[in-house]
Design a protein around this ligand. Structure first.
Ligand code: AMP
Length: 191
C-alpha cells in the first residue's frame, strides 16, 4: 500500500499514521519528524529547515522533496509507505507522482482527516504544554492553519479528481478515528 495521510495541523495525523502503518506493514514517513530529528542533531538540513518551522511556514519544496526522495528510496519503503505530512504543496504532488511512477507503482489512497478548526487550536495549545514544541505558540499555531488552508487544502480536490480521496471524520476518540480509517482502507486493499 502507498498511502498519504492528510489533515490540518493538530488533526491527529501523527498518532493515526503509526496505527495505519502498523496495520498495513509499511513505514510511516513523517516529514515533520525527519525535520525535527535533523534540527535536534544540528545537521545542515536541520539548520536549513529550522527557521521555517519555527515561524509556521513550509520548508521550501526543493529541500523537502530531496529529503523525501532519499527516504522513499530506502529498502523498507520498497513495498509501500504511509506519508504523514507530505505532500503539502502542488509542487510536492508533482514530485511525489514522479517518485511513485519511476518505481513503477501508483498511490493507493489519500486519507484526509476532517476536524473542527476550533477543536484543533485547543488540541495544539494542549500539546504545546505537554511537549513544548517551539512551533506550538498561539501565533505560530494560527499561522500553520493559514498556511495549510492556502497551500495544502487545494490538494484535496486534486486527489478527489483522481478518485483516490477518502475523507474520514477525525473528531472524537482516537480509537474511533482509527477504526474509521481502517474500515475505509480495508476496502481499498481488497479492491
Ligand atoms: P508537522 O510535524 O508535520 O506539523 O511538520 C512540522 C513543520 O515541518 C511544518 O510546520 C513545516 O515547517 C515543516 N514541514 C513538514 N512537512 C513539510 C512539507 N511536506 N513541506 C514543507 N514543510 C514541511
Amino acid at each position: 500500500m502507498r498511502l498519504i495521510l492528510m489533515g490540518p495541523p493538530g488533526a491527529g495525523k501523527g498518532t493515526q499514521a503509526q496505527f495505519v502503518a502498523d496495520r498495513f506493514g509499511v513505514p510511516a514517513i513523517s516529514t515533520g519528524d525527519i525535520f525535527r530529528a535533523n534540527v535536534s542533531q544540528g545537521t545542515a538540513l536541520g539548520l536549513a529547515a529550522q527557521r521555517y518551522m519555527d515561524s509556521g511556514e513550509y520548508v521550501p519544496d526543493e529541500i523537502t522533496n530531496k529529503m523525501v526522495r532519499i527516504r522513499i528510496d530506502e529498502a523498507d519503503a520498497e513495498s509501500g509507505f504511509l506519508l504523514d505530512g507530505y505532500p503539502r504543496t502542488l509542487a510536492q504532488v508533482d514530485e511525489l507522482d514522479d517518485m511513485v511512477a519511476s518505481s513503477g507503482h501508483r498511490l493507493d489512497a489519500v486519507v484526509v482527516l476532517t476536524v473542527d478548526p476550533e477543536e484543533i487550536v485547543a488540541r495544539l495549545l494542549q500539546r504545546a504544554q505537554v511537549e513544548g514544541r517551539p512551533d506550538d505558540t498561539e501565533d505560530v499555531i494560527r499561522r500553520r492553519q493559514e498556511v495549510y488552508a492556502e497551500q495544502t487544502e487545494p490538494l484535496i480536490e486534486v486527489y478527489r479528481t483522481r478518485g483516490i480521496l477518502i475523507e474520514v471524520d477525525g473528531m472524537g476518540e482516537v480509537d474511533d478515528v482509527t477504526s474509521r480509517i481502517f474500515a475505509a482502507l480495508d476496502v481499498v486493499q481488497q479492491s
